[in-house]
Design a protein around this ligand. Structure first.
Ligand code: SIN
Length: 557
């Protein structure tokens, strides 16, 4: 595993500032906050945004309840925000990145105000701020209580629709990157409605930005929309990109256990307002686990909830006293979820379960969104800048997305200055590819999700991780060339392989066979070749490889 400095050196060494800008326009895959903000910041350069679902549907950003962390409250400072970010990240936060996002936060909030985002304000005009776990101050800028993500996306979608330089392809999914020599020169797309008839479109691109979001859909219990399946991680890894810290998956402790898929979220801001966590016997279990009790770092709360459920006690969010009658006004989204499940949070306990929520790892990038491959940028949850370390501080993700989106756009803009033939190119239609039959596909999809939850979840061990790797390898082999399944299984393998290689517990990655934190905090950096090598190695102690200390492309100390 690489030290943070070595990782950064590696990434900036990989990323070639003289990447050839070829014909085509700038293709952004993904239409959440990161993708749309990058597109808007690139205007008037020609951009195509590829979105699997109609704009506003299918992106995690729309479902974000908390809001955006920004030190805009009285007495709060960007330094305090950066310090909390660094403390939450369990030794792996890149301090430069933390200071960058904390310093830029107030300016980015002003940008969003210009786009018309109606952040909640008090009578005197100052922002109404929520408190979330591991923040030392009330610091989360919100909209109508818990509707920040939806309101921000609504404003950005309206702006995108009015920007003539942005073309939006809705209903298209990216399945692979097109390489020309050693640089990324386009994407292979498929229209969802054409899946199964073998028709694909090849879209040449002057630059490709992956902004596809997270990996929650690889797990049986997740708060993420169904499209968050980690496919872009696989596309990037297959093309040769380095993947950083893939083992760090954040589980939100209070997904509502209403039997829905995806699981609806009960925002951490509820606990910020004083809601409690209790087990089925009405006993508060968090005070015994951490001084900050319900507002302890998210990984600790998730493990606390997980332990109660595993012990058969059940786990519940109790909002009755702390929030009471104002619930529907303060948290309209959560209130609606509860009503739909026949519960009234003013009077009922809410059953909860930890759910895969956010991927701290991803395509390794620098702070301009550059990946290790020329021609490829990544921004938002799919990327790993190192700002979240091993455990993301709540409401830092939308902030990171807009800060890095702006810098990514400037970076591409600089490279595009000399590109004479920048402009939209029609996708070329081809025939090929395969899709597994419907029953096999849903069976294998379910197997990926169940396996990830069982063996690569809140608590892991070497034997379970090895078993998950084997299962993913089998699934890839039996996927009948179905690229969605192959991409999902590979993404799962990248996460599982990195988890197997990290023989310690840190932040969101907890191994019962290595429960202690190692004395030195190291980032992990793996390539496709590294996880392929794990496939072939015999199991060593606890299922871990005897030679696993250093992935072949990782810098080690
Ligand atoms: C929440 O509102 O609890 C989620 C916020 C986040 O994950 O940043």
């Amino acid at each position: 595993m690489a030290t943070p400095a070595q990782t950064n050196a590696l990434i900036s060494g990989f990323a070639n500032p003289r990447s050839p800008i070829g014909p085509g326009d700038i293709v952004i895959v993904g239409a959440g906050l990161a993708g749309l903000f990058t597109a808007l910041e690139l205007a008037p350069l020609p951009v195509t945004v590829v979105s699997a679902a109609p704009l506003g549907e299918g992106a995690s950003s729309v479902w974000a309840q908390g809001g955006i962390a920004a030190a805009v409250g009285e007495g709060d400072t960007p330094e305090a925000h950066a310090a909390d970010t660094i403390a939450a990240g369990a030794g792996l936060v890149d301090a430069t990145a933390a200071h960058l996002i904390a310093n830029e936060a107030p300016a980015r909030i002003r940008d969003l105000l210009r786009y018309g985002v109606p952040f909640d304000r008090g009578l005197e005009g100052s922002f109404v701020l929520s408190r979330e776990a591991a923040h030392s101050a009330k610091r989360v800028v919100r909209v109508t209580g818990d509707r920040a993500g939806a309101a921000i996306m609504q404003a950005l979608i309206a702006a995108v629709r009015q920007t003539p330089s942005i073309r939006v392809l809705e209903g298209y999914e990216a399945e692979d990157l097109i390489l020309k020599g050693n640089y990324v020169a386009g994407v292979r797309l498929i229209r969802g409605v054409e899946r199964g008839n073998g028709n694909y479109e090849l879209m040449p691109a002057a630059a490709v930005v992956l902004a596809t979001g997270g990996i929650g859909g690889l797990y049986a219990v997740t708060t993420n929309p169904q499209y968050a399946r980690g496919e872009a991680l696989s596309m990037a890894a297959r093309a040769g990109a380095a993947i950083a810290d893939a083992e760090f998956v954040q589980f939100h402790p209070t997904a509502l256990d209403f039997g829905r898929d995806p699981a609806p979220l009960a925002s951490e801001a509820l606990r910020g307002e004083g809601a409690l966590l209790v087990n089925g016997e009405g006993h508060r279990f968090m005070p015994a686990l951490h001084d900050d009790a319900e507002l302890a770092p998210r990984d600790i709360v998730a493990r606390g909830v997980f332990a109660e459920i595993r012990a058969g006690h059940g786990a519940y969010l109790d909002c009755r006293k702390a929030i009471g009658d104002g619930f529907a006004d303060k948290f309209p989204t959560v209130y609606r979820y509860c009503s739909e499940a026949g519960l009234d949070p003013r009077h009922d306990l809410l059953p909860i379960v930890p759910a895969a929520h956010y991927h701290m790892g991803g395509i390794a990038t620098n702070l301009e969104g550059r990946s290790s491959l020329p021609g490829l940028w990544a921004v938002g949850e799919v990327a790993c800048t190192g700002v979240h370390g091993a455990n993301r501080l709540a409401s830092n993700s939308l902030l990171e997305a807009i800060v890095i989106a702006g810098r990514t756009a400037s970076d591409i803009d600089r490279l595009a200055l000399n590109a004479a033939d920048l402009g939209p190119v029609a996708p070329r239609r081809i025939n090929g590819g395969a899709v597994a039959d419907r029953t096999l596909r849903s069976e294998l999809l379910g197997k990926i999700r169940d396996t990830m939850s069982a063996y690569v979840g809140v608590i892991r061990d070497g034997a379970g991780l090895r078993r998950a790797l084997d299962t993913m390898t089998d699934i890839e082999a039996s996927a009948q060339g179905d690229i969605v399944l192959a991409n999902m299984a590979l993404a799962a393998r990248l996460i599982t392989g990195a988890a197997l290689l990290r023989k310690e517990s840190r932040g969101a990655h907890f191994r019962s066979d290595f429960p202690a934190e190692a004395s030195t905090a190291r980032h992990s950096l793996v390539t496709l070749r590294d996880v392929e090598m794990l496939k072939q190695r015999p199991s060593g102690r606890n299922g871990a490889s005897p030679h696993q200390a250093a992935p072949s492309h990782a810098v080690t100390t």
